[in-house]
Ligand binder design. Structure first.
Ligand code: ZN
Ligand code: ZN
Length: 254
């Protein structure tokens, strides 16, 4: 897939002192998509079609709900519910057919089905799968994922073509474990084998140095609970716990 470069947000995120510039980028793009879905873009036909089809995941429904534009969310949810009911009716029709003839197995189905399930068991399972898949479909998640891919593409491009950026990256604290795979996969896609090796060496040693730093900061945080250390300085350990949790999960602790 081809992405367009978007250098300014990537430079901005890498210029901030953080445990992961992509956590900053994800947070900003999430905020802007939540806002735009309650503002002008709700009325754009493309967005409406996408929202009608996918709706939002539990996390983004909660953010939209907290944003206090109840009418905007109600309008989107209403048309999404019409679309969902149509699909649900079809699924229920399939179930009803299976209920009339619970044991019958078509030759086509027999191929797909595992472990001697009856037709009705198969239909129940496929209905449940469909219900659960609803939780994973999300217009905002998809947009964030596209945007982050674009930033990852930009980061790889800057690393390869801009020596200032490469220096800034080398002086950064690396990435969190949630965003590192995104960058690694993009490097595998975009760089020659020789450059991949060079990139991996730089990035992975940066990652390990910073894990070691965090481990030490967290260790001192736990030592500070010992009364003998009460009067010793915190150093950089005071917020080590939320920072290392972010390093593991890609989520800020509130
Ligand atoms: Zn991150
Ligand atoms: Zn989502």
């Amino acid at each position: 897939m081809k992405y367009h470069l978007d250098t300014i947000p990537v430079w901005d995120a890498f210029s901030e002192d953080s445990e992961c510039p992509f956590c900053i980028l994800e947070h900003k793009s999430e905020q802007s998509y939540v806002e735009s879905h309650l503002g002008g873009s709700v009325m754009e036909p493309d967005t409406r079609i996408e929202v009608n089809e996918k709706g939002f995941c539990p996390h983004h429904n909660a953010l939209l709900y907290q944003a206090q534009n109840r009418l905007g969310l109600a309008l989107m949810t209403h048309t999404h519910s019409l679309e969902t009911m149509k699909k649900m009716n079809k699924k229920i029709e399939e179930l009803e057919k299976a209920m009339k003839n619970p044991e019958k197995i078509s030759r086509l189905l027999a191929k797909k089905m595992s472990g001697g399930e009856s037709r009705l068991q198969h239909s129940i399972r496929s209905f449940s799968d469909w219900l659960l898949s609803h939780l994973n479909r999300c217009t905002i998640c998809d947009k964030i994922s596209y945007t982050l891919n674009r930033y990852a593409y930009t980061m790889i491009y800057l690393w390869e073509n801009d020596s200032e950026f490469r220096k800034t990256m080398q002086g950064s604290k690396g990435l969190c474990m949630s965003h590192l795979p995104l960058i690694l996969n993009m490097a595998a896609e975009q760089l020659s084998s020789r450059k991949q090796t060079e990139f991996l060496k730089e990035l992975l040693s940066l990652q390990m140095e910073n894990m070691e730093r965090l481990e030490k900061e967290l260790h001192w945080f736990t030592q500070k609970f010992d009364y003998k250390n009460q009067d010793k300085p915190w150093g950089s350990s005071r917020d080590a716990l939320p920072r290392i949790l972010q390093k593991f999960t890609g989520k800020y602790m509130e």
